[in-house]
Design a protein around this ligand. Structure first.
Ligand code: KE4
Length: 428
């Protein structure tokens, strides 16, 4: 018995499904999960001493790579002063200022402890300031496990949502409309029919949770125009893309300013974090400056703030994003060539340092096309890559991430392994 298999057996005795988040159970790739004991730069080491080149990067949070000395030093220094005070600290003011100065649409920001809390708070604020109830989201976009956003599309494109999981009531789901991503006509129809009832549209400006699906030209701007025209708010869920695809996030890349933005992952440098922010007149409605209640014992935690500040200091170094763009492009080129040589129907979709290899013929622009991917073939590919010491996110519908710790040699090794793994998968 390996240490990992003993841990896996034990974990299932104490944790639902043996994990603290479903995707970590590796069910989508029909494999046993890893138990990680250490991270080093672009690498993870499991309980049996196996080293893996890591493309999960804690689902995008580890922008600077694992255990970066600068990040560890800042967390250690903060920890030596105490872990939490439940009172304001200088670090939260400093990180808030960094975010406000980096993202033009954000004039005030509030820290919370997860992306879920960020989106939950943002839609509560939107409903409060508009006095409306309806939320519009897009199939394939994930915004955390908020009841109002764990909603599946109704029977027709313009029918209200149905609970996406047991425990979400039909009453809650009925206040959420779910449309196809990148479908401008459907969004126009929804606003024509329900515009006056819509409190907010929430969207991943680059989808990462159906695999990487970029916005088609004009999609985000159309959402901006439709929301402005109807008095609804536009919320960008930049929990993944914030400080990941650029210093100004997806809104900077695509030139569309939302009313509210949700952040997570990178701004906490691997410690629990979320944040929501936006126009001053909106955020000023949040308690205690306004009536919209939201609170959190560990919000703005000094260790998280220290990790976030250290990570953003590394991100804003000259050339950081250019380097990630070069590595991402190198990986994309290499994977496309490997797919061509193996003769496998697959597409590679990338924005900056986040990408997905879909086992499907045609480009993916929405959830229905993503769901057409051959998930069994992805699972076989994932296992073949793991066997070669390359750790991909254990689901076809996730993004691979590069960090500042990845190097050209890591990318070239991954491309070579992918060539072998694809040939193995094709042989079946
Ligand atoms: P958390 O509550 O997990 O911190 O964030 C929720 C969330 C919100 N918005 C977006 C765009 C997100 O991607 C997420 C969380 N992402 C997933 C992976 N794609 C987290 C991994 C997991 O659930 O274990």
């Amino acid at each position: 018995m390996t240490r990992s298999s003993i841990l896996w057996e034990t974990a299932q005795r104490y944790l639902p499904g043996g994990v603290n988040s479903p995707v970590r159970a590796f069910r989508a790739v029909a494999d046993d999960p890893l138990f990680i004991v250490r991270g080093e730069g672009a690498y993870l080491i499991d309980a049996d001493g196996q080293r893996y080149l890591d493309f999960i990067c804690s689902w995008g949070a580890l922008f600077a790579g694992h255990a970066h000395p600068h990040v560890v030093a800042r967390i250690t220094e903060a920890a030596q002063n105490g872990t939490s005070f439940g009172l304001p600290t200088p670090q939260e003011v400093e990180l808030a200022r960094t975010i406000v100065e980096a993202v033009p649409s954000v004039e005030l920001v509030r820290f919370v402890n997860s992306g879920t809390e960020a989106t939950m708070s943002a839609i509560r604020l939107a409903r409060a300031v508009t006095g409306r109830s309806l939320i519009l989201k897009f199939a394939g976009c994930y915004h955390g496990h908020v009841d109002a956003l764990l909603v599946a599309a109704g029977s027709g494109i313009l029918t209200f949502g149905i609970p996406g999981t047991p425990g979400v009531t039909s009453g809650t789901a009925r206040e959420t409309l779910v449309l196809p991503y990148n479908d401008v006509a459907a969004a126009e129809e929804a606003f024509a029919r329900y515009g006056e009832q819509i409190a907010a549209v929430i969207v991943e400006p680059v989808a990462g949770n159906m695999g990487v699906v970029p916005p088609v030209p004009g999609f985000l701007q159309r959402l901006r125009d439709l929301t402005k025209g109807s008095g609804a708010l536009l919320i960008f869920d930049e929990v993944i893309t914030g400080f990941r695809i650029g210093w100004n996030g997806a809104q900077g890349k695509y030139g569309v300013e939302p009313d509210l933005t949700c952040f997570g992952k990178v701004i906490g440098g691997g410690l629990p974090v979320g944040a929501y922010g936006g126009r001053r007149d909106l955020m000023a409605q949040v308690a205690p400056s306004g009536p919209v209640y939201q609170a959190g014992t560990l919000s703005g935690n000094p260790l998280t703030m220290a990790a976030g500040l250290a990570t953003l200091e590394l991100a804003r170094q000259p050339g950081a994003y250019e380097r990630l763009e070069e590595l991402g492009a190198r990986l994309e080129r290499g994977l496309r060539e490997a797919v061509r040589l193996a003769g496998v129907p697959a597409v590679v979709q990338r924005v900056g340092s986040m990408l997905t290899l879909f086992f499907t013929e045609a480009p993916v622009t929405n959830a229905r096309q993503a769901e057409a991917a051959d998930t069994a073939r992805f699972a076989a590919f994932h296992r073949a890559m793991r066997k070669r010491g390359i750790l991909l996110p254990p689901s076809q519908f996730e993004a691979w991430f590069l960090s500042l710790a990845h190097e050209e040699a890591d990318v070239d090794r991954t491309v070579a392994a992918a060539g072998e793994a694809l040939r193995e998968v094709v042989r079946g």
